[in-house]
Each structure stands twice: as structure tokens, then as C-alpha cells.
Design a binder for this molecule. Structure first.
Ligand SMILES: [Zn+2]
Length: 556
């Protein structure tokens, strides 16, 4: 991909040539940031005091005095007051497009520390939303985050929202519905549930009101809920991206996901057309059905060449579910593997990037063998294929990935699911999960992220804290020091590391001359604040391409 010269690069080259011959006044920066602690995340992890921005890009870095000298009468000078600046954070695996659609019409439990407060949010929503409207918490929480350390009961939900149907989803295995929700959806017996769905019973055999089942059953159940209107989806998209800006995020790599159809992308496209995107989005397209995945992929990408788009929105290939037979299946049959190979080879022929969701190292040989077969026909390194999750990646697996040039996107799944994971794999394996230090040593490209929002919180500082202390939301430290990166390295994973997966590491992901001015001024110093407080960090001022997209005091 790096050999491809994008039109934007040509424009930049022309702009640079023109600027070089222009008079000095024309070169003064639009904006100068001075008196800061700028973590550039360049190759040396150098720290600078000030930087200058012109035309959306960084034109100089240095001392405050040097940058002040560059400023002209029109330049905006922002005094950072000694605060820490980082490159805008980039989540390399965030289901952002989907999360955004319902951001203003769902109730959010992300980061809430007590069940009482969580129920309070449902109660507030019952007051502020239209009478009788659905109150939906569609994941992003875990019982261990609550002081009470348990799920809500049906009676508790009825008590806070007696007049509204309420739906509370936990991961992809459980959803609690109030009686009014059951009635509204017409769920009177298990026969009314998506295949595999069951009514949950307590120890005494009484119905709890919850529905359990395998992932497709819960996905099918969610599909029965009313969708936000198009206007609500557009509002949700703008609001969600501003929320990400508040947390210092300036870019996401969206891997498609369950429930995503062509319709699911239209709000995003509208916001992009209106030039109102405040987060750069690189998105891949996946499949939903089983049996006709190749046709599905060919149809959705027929007129969509790899990399089409601009600096705000770009098509990034296929994933994270390519075929049903190779998705959450540790024992794919020969036919499943053959079908996947055909599609992967086709993707390589078309120059497409591919990202694949895979959970267990024990079965990842099925996938890597296919990648290696494709690679013998068409080298895939330049296409930057990747595997998402794979928390227990072994060293041999990482070496095979390195040999192929395949990257690894790592999420803070263990923040929510660590205790259960340790139960299943044992103490020693949990201590090295995920092995990001080993991966870096071997030379595998690694990006950081969250996998929000159904199964995790989108807060990058929660994830950064977890990268550094390995502690679950319940406070249990699982990871050993051998696989714990230092602060600079964790920040690197969340910036220049992540942006590799969008083929954009030459234009963003660090604060260097010529790169896009995507940055965040932090509420506290990420490098020195106690680790257990990193999760509380916010951005006070976020820029995307030199444009301010978020401020709070004192920059408001
Ligand atoms: Zn996934």
C-alpha cells in the first residue's frame, strides 16, 4: 500500500513547493501551541514544548520561544499551561459506526460504578424520553464493575421504569427484559425466541425475566427491538464522535460487526458528506449471512476499491467476520476452510486489507494455514492483514504472524472478563495475557483498542490503565510484569501502533512535521500520574487536522 501515491499526497507535495516559494507572511502558522509537555511519539519518543500548525498539519516543533517567533498577527496562540499533549488516540478495533447509531437513544452504563447508579440512569431516561419508549442498555457493562457485583433483577427494572419496556443486554449471552418488554415483543413462550434462546430460571425454577442463549440468539433478539430513526442515528453519530473526542480519540478503525447492514452506514455517510465528522474512520465490511458470504462480499465491495475515501473516511477492506464457518468456530471443517481460502485469495488479488476476529490460540492454526497458503500465491504483507483479539497468542503463533506481515489488534477484554478467563486457562497463562511485550519483541505490528461497545467500554484511558496494571474492573491484577508495557509504549500502541492498521502511519499517529495535527491536551499528566488514576483522564482540548473538535475548561 505504501507504494500507492494518493492524490492527497500529490496535493501536499504541490502545497509544500508553493509554500517554499511564498513570502514569509504567508507561512505563519494558523495555530501555535506553547508551554506544554508534548509527547510526540516519534521514533525517539521525544518530548517538545511547543508546536505550530498550518493547513491542518504540523509545520514545526520546538521550544515555546521558537514557536512564538513563527507566529504572525493572524496566528492563534494557545498557552497549554504546562499540560501534557498526546497524538490523538486511535482505537484499532471499535464498533464505532454501530455504537453511534443509538448513542442518543440508548441508556449507557459504561463506567458506572454501582448498580444503584445504573438503575438511576434507567429511571432518568424514563423521565426524559418519550412516554412508553424503549429503554435499552445494549452492553458495555459487567456486573463486576458494580459495588453490588451482580446483575439487575427484573423487579428492580420495573420499579425504576414501570411504564416503559426495558431491555438490558450483557455481552452476547444474556438479556433481561421487563414484562412490558416481553409483551411488546410478543415473547410468550420459548418458541417465540430466536433459535437457541431460552427463558432463564433461578435455582428454584422460577422465570427471572432474562433470556439466555448463544450469540446468534441474542443478536436475533436485539434485532427485534425498534431502530432509531434516521435523524436519531445522525444525531447519535455526531454525539458519539464528540464523546470520543472528549476522551482524546481522533481516529477509529471499525471492523463492521453483528447487525451491520448497508443501512447501518448511511448515518455515518451523511455526517461525512456534511463535513461534520470529528473522528477519522477507516472501516471494513463484513458479512451477516451463512452460505453466501462470498457473494455478499463481492456485492458490497464491487464498486469499492481498497482505500477509497479521504482523510476523514476511508474504506479499509473486509472483516472481522468473513464467513460464518470461520467465525467463533474452533473446529472448522474442510469445506469451511476451503471457502475461507477462496475468499481470502480473492481479497489478496483485489488488494484488500483483511481483519479476522479470532479468540483462541489453540485453534488459530486453521486461520494461519490459510493465510500462509494465500501468501504463497500473493504476498500479503503489504496488504496489512490482521487478527483481532487472540488474547492468549503463543510465541509460535506470533512468529508465524511476523513472517506473514500480519498485525494484531489487542483489546482490554480482560478488564471485564479477566477473572473468568483465569478460571478457564489458569494462573500462569493469565499472567502473560495478552503478550504484547513478546509481540513487540518479535516484531508483530500491534494496535490497541477496546472492542466497544457491546462487550466493552470505549474509554481509551480505561484501556491504557489496564495495559499498565493488568487489573480487572473488580481490581484483580492478572498480568505479570513480563508482558506489561511501559507508559510510553502503551501510548505508542494506542497511536502510531493502531494507525498502521489503517495504512495511515505516514500521515498521523505521531506529532511530527508534515503529519496531520490530530492531538489531545490532557487533564492530567499521563506520564506521571499514579497508574490507578490514568483511567480518569480526559481531554481538555482535542484537535483533528488542526480544527478544535472538543474543549472543556480552561479552554472552553
Ligand atoms: Zn471481534
Amino acid at each position: 500500500m505504501k507504494s500507492v501515491i494518493r492524490p492527497s499526497s500529490i496535493v501536499n507535495f504541490v502545497v509544500c513547493v508553493l509554500l517554499a516559494s511564498a513570502p514569509a507572511w504567508a507561512q505563519s502558522p494558523d495555530t501555535v501551541l506553547v508551554n506544554g509537555k508534548i509527547l510526540t511519539v516519534d521514533a525517539q519518543s521525544s518530548v517538545r514544548e511547543a508546536l505550530a500548525i498550518r493547513g491542518g498539519r504540523i509545520t514545526a516543533l520546538g521550544t515555546s520561544a521558537e514557536m512564538r517567533k513563527l507566529a504572525g498577527p493572524q496566528s492563534r496562540v494557545i498557552d497549554l499551561g504546562g499540560r501534557t499533549v498526546i497524538p490523538g488516540l486511535i482505537d484499532s478495533h471499535l464498533h464505532a459506526i454501530r455504537a453511534a447509531l443509538s448513542f442518543t437513544t440508548e441508556v449507557n452504563w459504561i463506567g458506572v460504578r454501582t448498580l444503584e447508579e445504573a438503575l438511576g440512569r434507567v429511571k432518568d431516561a424514563a423521565r426524559t424520553m418519550k412516554p412508553g419508549s424503549w429503554l435499552i442498555v445494549a452492553g458495555g457493562w459487567n456486573p463486576q464493575q458494580f459495588k453490588e457485583n451482580r446483575r439487575p433483577s427484573q423487579a428492580e427494572l420495573v420499579a425504576v421504569a414501570p411504564e416503559n419496556p426495558v431491555y438490558i443486554q450483557l455481552g452476547y449471552a444474556w438479556a433481561m427484559l421487563t414484562p412490558l418488554a416481553h409483551k411488546t415483543l410478543g415473547l410468550t413462550s420459548e418458541a417465540d425466541l430466536p433459535a437457541g434462546g431460552r427463558f432463564e430460571r433461578d435455582a428454584a425454577g422460577n422465570l427471572t425475566g432474562a433470556i439466555t442463549g448463544p450469540q446468534p440468539a441474542i443478536v436475533g433478539l436485539f434485532d427485534k427491538l425498534p431502530r432509531p430513526t434516521f435523524d436519531e442515528q445522525v444525531q447519535g453519530t455526531k454525539a458519539f464522535f464528540r464523546e470520543l473526542n472528549r476522551l482524546g480519540i481522533t481516529g477509529v478503525i471499525d471492523p463492521s460487526g453483528n447487525n451491520m447492514t448497508g443501512e447501518s452506514y448511511q448515518a455515518l455517510f451523511k455526517v461525512w458528506r456534511d463535513q461534520a465528522l470529528t473522528v477519522r474512520v477507516a472501516y471494513s465490511l463484513g458479512t451477516q449471512g451463512s452460505g453466501k458470504e462470498f457473494d455478499e462480499i463481492k456485492a458490497t465491495t464491487a464498486l469499492l476499491p481498497m482505500g477509497l475515501g479521504d482523510e476523514m473516511l476511508r474504506f479499509n477492506g473486509i472483516g472481522e467476520r468473513i464467513t460464518g464457518g470461520m467465525y467463533n468456530n474452533d473446529k472448522p471443517g474442510q469445506a469451511d476452510k476451503d471457502e475461507y481460502y477462496r475468499i481470502a485469495l480473492w481479497a489478496a488479488e483485489h488488494g484488500l486489507t483483511l481483519t479476522q476476529h479470532w479468540n483462541r490460540d489453540a485453534s488459530v492454526d486453521n486461520l494461519l494455514t490459510i493465510f500462509e497458503r494465500v501468501n504463497q500465491r500473493i504476498p500479503i504483507a503489504a496488504l496489512r492483514w490482521s487478527i483481532a483479539h487472540l488474547n492468549d497468542a503463543s510465541e509460535p503463533t506470533l512468529r508465524r504472524m511476523k513472517a506473514l506481515g500480519v498485525g494484531w489488534t489487542v483489546q482490554d477484554a480482560m478488564y471485564f472478563g479477566g477473572e473468568a478467563f483465569r478460571e478457564s486457562v489458569g494462573e500462569a497463562s493469565a499472567r502473560r495475557t495478552p503478550p504484547v511485550v513478546t509481540a513487540k519483541k518479535i516484531g508483530v505490528p500491534v494496535g490497541a483498542g477496546t472492542d466497544a461497545h457491546r462487550v466493552a467500554s470505549y474509554n481509551p484511558f480505561t484501556a491504557l490503565q489496564w495495559f499498565l496494571d493488568g487489573k480487572t474492573v473488580g481490581g484483580v491484577a492478572l498480568r505479570g510484569p513480563e508482558e506489561t508495557p511501559d507508559r510510553a509504549e502503551a501510548l505508542r500502541l494506542y497511536t502510531i501502533g493502531s494507525v498502521w492498521f489503517a495504512h495511515d502511519d505516514d500521515v498521523r499517529g505521531s506529532l511530527e512535521v508534515g503529519k496531520l495535527a490530530d492531538l489531545a491536551v490532557l487533564s492530567q499528566d499521563y506520564m506521571t500520574v499514579p497508574v490507578d488514576r490514568i483511567g480518569a483522564t480526559e481531554s481538555l482540548l482535542t484537535m483533528v487536522g488542526g480544527k478544535i473538535v472538543h474543549t472543556s475548561a480552561p479552554f472552553k
